[in-house]
Design a protein around this ligand. Sequence first.
Ligand SMILES: Nc1ncnc2c1ncn2[C@@H]1O[C@H](COP(=O)(O)OP(=O)(O)OP(=O)(O)O)[C@@H](O)[C@H]1O
Length: 239
Amino acid sequence: MSNLRVRYGQKVAVDGISFQIMPGEIYGLLGPNGAGKSSTIKAIVNLVDYEGEVDLLGMGRPRGKLLNEIGAVLETPAVLESLTVKEFLELVASIRGVGGDRIDALVQAFGLGEYLGAYIATLSQGNRQKVAIASALMHRPRLLILDEPFNALDVKSARILKEVVQNHRRDGGAVLFSTHVMEIAERTCDRIGILNEGKLIMEGTTKSILEQARAGSLEEAFLRAIHAEEEIRELAEAL
Ligand SMILES: Nc1ncnc2c1ncn2[C@@H]1O[C@H](COP(=O)(O)OP(=O)(O)OP(=O)(O)O)[C@@H](O)[C@H]1O
């Protein structure tokens, strides 16, 4: 994407950012609350109006059939509350043209077997997240876009998702995900972009980010990049 800008009325949520994700790469988008991560992701999947360029797989703006190349899990997972887990996954599979074997594998991987008959409206946040992830992975998309995917997941499912993401990279796919969890970003991402107040203020491999920020950990680099270190010390002292 180049010079991406997202506005909500007077509010500029994403302020002219540019970055590129290559096949076989995991790119992590980090940033404090309100930095513009979700707005960036929504622009990529064409859910908000934006200015600038988004070029997907060299075929331009993601719309129409090109959206089939993406598997996305958004901040508020797009699931149909009034269907059971089974009905929803079967619906997604039929739209995507994949068979029941794929549903079975995903249900097993994310431990959804016992919830197949449950209405999505009744699921816990973590199980709902698992259904959203399973539906995003259903058609083996070339680009995975995941907004805070690890948020509500239990340990086993988080590990499975990490492995899925790594296998996806191994097979030449690309992954963009946002996270607040520095440890996951540090371990998983090939490159990281740090967003603050809608601007991409730092970008590179974990190693180069640590060097740029002269930091010993990604957490330290992140806090230094957003100039929060001193403030945190003062706030903690005041408590
Ligand atoms: N629909 C909207 N209408 C008005 N302002 C919005 C809307 N959506 C987001 N914003 C504002 O845009 C800015 C960026 O929000 P965004 O959700 O993209 O940030 P984020 O980095 O994903 O934050 P978080 O980590 O809290 O999820 C924030 O100031 C937010 O309040």
